[in-house]
Design a protein around this ligand. Structure first.
Ligand code: C2E
Ligand code: CA
Ligand code: CA
Length: 733
């Protein structure tokens, strides 16, 4: 309600206060002061100058005096203001609650002294006053009203606000900066703790951003970050606040979301959208991203704890290969620490002879005769055992260690291949980091010269992930072609393959990524159609097409039927040592027999894991043998009837309601009421978890969910219905 409204209501009492006004003005009685006349004149001048005004109220908070110029500022006649409530001059919010301060109304009601309190005037324009006042008391200490002053602070407030905008927002992308995000997370979480609400945090880090910066230059890097910010804004929309924490690190705060299904979908969408090609100053660039997700109060109660959890999840996502998201779980190791250790140790691994090259054959699709081998790096760590290249290659790429490793791999592979029959080829994986180094053609030429290998026997496998269409890249390809080596496009289909680019740069071979081969024979998949499309594209351009990752007979039949020219996969052979290669070739038998399951089996994971089973008020221990989205196989309870409803405790607050569908002695097949969802990697998790608040209500201290199983607080009242069988935690059969 504006001043006018209030005033209209108050009109009836106006005559009463006319007297009060007279009385108030009398308190400024000039004759009581020596040079009173002059002082009054000065005050008048001051009031007219607009630098500040005076006002006074009676004990009821009604205005008894206000400077004429102040009334003009408010846009009303002074006479009409007199008698109205002082508070009616101001916008309600600002008198009720200025952030972290005591509200003006509260101060007025408690007759406290007011010092430079900022309030907004309730009028058409945005005007801010800073108000100060002292309570007036009579000799008996009774409150008589306020006598105060005010000044206009609109402009200084605006510039303060600009300054705080600068301090809170990232000037490049316009997103919130780290400072603001930290503050936002803190205030949200402390408010949500009281309200027992949940809040999710997604940490996002671009993959290989450094490379874009290095190859295309910093201005292009900046442009890319801006476009990434735009895409994030479009995806997240009003669901949360996005910030850039610095460099290529982004963060999203999502209040009131705790459904991991929804969050996983959002993260997958973020990854998918960010991985789409960018056009920067006419150049195509591709980057990827990884994301880590943590949810309060489950994974952390306060902001520091939650941010740490999201960070750990992010590192786990990066560690699992790129372009993934991962949920935090309490058994995640500190992967950041682990990555640093691996990088350290990898530096020495080469000199300590811990690295080896192994070779996986690729065969003709029709005759199953070996045509060559792909060189795959192996690291036998003295303590960790074999470390997977999908784990250490990305780490090596980040520290630029890949240059040295890559050079070694190329030399070793050429040297080994030199001892094979002359018509067999060796395929060597080339990291995009190596590819961006101007002297890479020299590295290749040296490896060829040192080994004496025929360039036509060397195939370079390049992933399309950072095939940027720049002069530098095109020049590089020209030089490599000039050396006479073959070029192969690896992992085809995983990035955003530019078909236009394929027509510009000639590749000798396309390798269809295993993710399209695996499961291509299942109904309801577009994978086989994609394989057909790639094959016809390759054939039209006179390229070889290798289907990689073929494991089952039905997959082999499918890729052959669709016209792949070469096949690589466990169905023929895993990667073997140079010695094994030499022995195989020496035997004169160049053929491979397919060995594998008849059919590709869908994602049933065989695993052994201890779980809890809750039935009525009893808690049993069981071993889970098999887990899929829709159900599990458990062992440990004897003769549970079909149709029994149970709750499986999967640990970390994950309770899944399930019904027994099959039961044979100690083994039960159960079906989940709500399907599980992917944790972003190989794992499955429940959408929701038991809230720490619920546990706190049951007497546990309020803390993020611990790993293990949920312990029911009460002693069971009934007798257990089922008999529990002790099982050894050994391997399956
Ligand atoms: P990639 O280039 O896609 O290599 C194929 C990977 O698939 C290899 O994994 C291989 O062992 C695996 N594989 C082959 N057939 C099958 C199959 O039927 N089923 C399954 N499940 N897997 C199959 P690996 O050796 O672990 O290498 C992983 C990745 O590490 C490679 O993926 C490549 O990107 C990278 N890498 C390996 N060695 C080098 C290297 O010397 N230099 C560079 N830059 N990267 C390398
Ligand atoms: Ca490869
Ligand atoms: Ca591949």
């Amino acid at each position: 309600m504006g001043v006018n409204g209030i005033f209209r209501k108050r009109r009836s009492v106006q005559s009463d206060i006319a007297h009060a006004e007279a009385a108030e003005v009398n308190r400024f009685e000039p004759s009581r002061l020596p040079d009173a006349h002059e002082r009054l004149a000065m005050l008048n001048d001051f009031e007219e100058s607009g630098l500040g005004w005076f006002w006074a109220t009676d004990s009821q908070g009604r205005l008894t005096y206000i400077s004429d110029s102040a009334a003009r500022k408010v846009g009303m006649k002074r006479d009409r203001l007199i008698g109205s409530q002082l508070t009616s001059l101001f916008v309600c919010d600002t008198i009720a609650q200025a952030e972290g301060e005591r509200p003006l109304v509260f101060m007025l009601n408690s007759h406290s002294r007011i010092v430079e309190k900022s309030v907004q005037l309730s009028c058409d324009k945005e005007i801010w006053w800073s108000v100060s006042a002292k309570p007036k008391l009579d000799s008996a200490g009774n409150f008589l009203g306020y006598r105060g002053s005010a000044k206009d602070v609109t402009t200084s407030r605006a510039s303060e606000r600009d300054a705080s905008r600068l301090a809170e927002y990232d000037s490049l992308t316009g997103l919130a900066n780290r400072h603001r995000m930290v503050k936002r997370l803190e205030t949200t979480l402390s408010a949500y703790k009281a309200a027992k609400r949940s809040c999710a945090l997604i940490m996002i880090d671009l993959d290989r951003f450094k490379q874009v910066n290095d190859t295309l230059g910093h201005p292009a890097g900046d442009e890319l970050l801006k476009q990434v910010a735009q895409r994030l804004l479009r995806i997240v929309d009003k669901r949360g606040e996005i910030g850039r924490l610095g460099g290529d690190e982004f963060q999203v705060i999502l209040p009131d979301i705790d459904d991991r299904g929804t969050l996983g979908e959002l993260a997958a969408r973020i990854i998918q959208m960010i991985s789409q090609p960018y056009s920067i100053e006419g150049t195509r660039a591709i980057i990827g991203t990884s994301a880590g997700i943590a949810i309060a109060p489950y994974d952390g109660i306060d902001s520091g704890e939650l941010a740490k959890a999201a960070d750990l999840a992010l590192y786990a996502a990066k560690g699992g290969g790129r372009g993934q998201y991962r949920f935090y779980s309490s058994d995640l190791k500190d992967e950041a620490e682990e990555r640093r250790e691996i990088e350290e140790e990898l530096r020495d691994a080469l000199h300590r002879g811990e690295l080896e090259m192994h070779y996986q054959p690729f065969v003709g699709a029709e005759d199953h005769m070996v045509k060559g081998f792909e060189a795959l790096m192996r690291w036998n760590h003295p303590e960790r055992g074999p470390v997977s290249p999908s784990q250490f290659i990305p780490i090596a790429e980040e520290g630029n260690l890949i240059i040295e490793l890559g050079k070694w791999a190329l030399r070793k592979a050429c040297e080994d291949a030199k001892s094979w029959p002359a018509d067999l080829r060796v395929a060597v994986n080339v990291s995009a980091v190596q590819f961006s180094m101007a002297d890479f053609p020299n590295v290749v030429a040296n490896a060829l010269a040192l080994s004496g290998l025929d360039p036509r026997c060397l195939e370079l496998e390049i992933t399309e992930s950072v095939l940027v269409d720049t002069d530098a890249v095109n020049e590089m390809i020209k030089q490599l072609r000039g050396l006479g080596v073959r070029l192969s496009l690896d992992d085809f289909g995983t990035g955003y393959s530019s078909l236009g680019y394929l027509s510009k740069v000639r590749f000798d071979k396309i390798k269809i990524d295993q993710s399209f081969v695996r499961g291509s024979t299942e109904a309801e998949t577009s994978k086989s159609a994609i394989i057909s499309a790639v094959v016809s594209l390759g054939r039209a351009m006179d390229m070889e097409i290798t289907a990689e990752g073929v494991e089952a007979m039905d997959e082999l039949a499918l890729v052959k039927d669709r016209g792949a020219t070469h096949v690589q996969g466990y169905i023929f052979c895993k990667a073997i040592t140079q010695q094994e290669v030499v022995e195989k070739l020496a035997s004169g038998d160049f053929g491979y027999e397919p060995h594998g399951p008849e059919k590709h089996r869908s994602d049933r994971r065989t695993l052994l894991r201890r779980v809890g089973v809750i039935h009525e008020d009893h808690h049993y221990d069981a071993v889970m043998r098999n887990l899929s989205k829709t159900g599990a196989m458990i062992e440990g309870l004897l003769n549970v009837p079909v149709g029994t409803d149970l709750v499986l405790d999967l640990g970390g607050g994950q309770l899944a309601v399930a019904t027994v569908r099959r039961s044979e002695e100690t083994v039960q097949g159960v079906e989940f009421e709500t399907p599980l969802i992917s944790d972003g990697a190989d794992g499955l998790v429940t959408r929701h978890r038991v809230s720490p608040y619920a546990l706190a209500a049951a007497g546990m201290p309020l803390a993020a969910l611990p790993p293990g199983h949920y312990q029911p607080p009460d002693q069971p009242k009934s007798l257990p219905k089922f008999m529990q069988i002790e099982l050894s935690f050994g391997p399956q059969n």
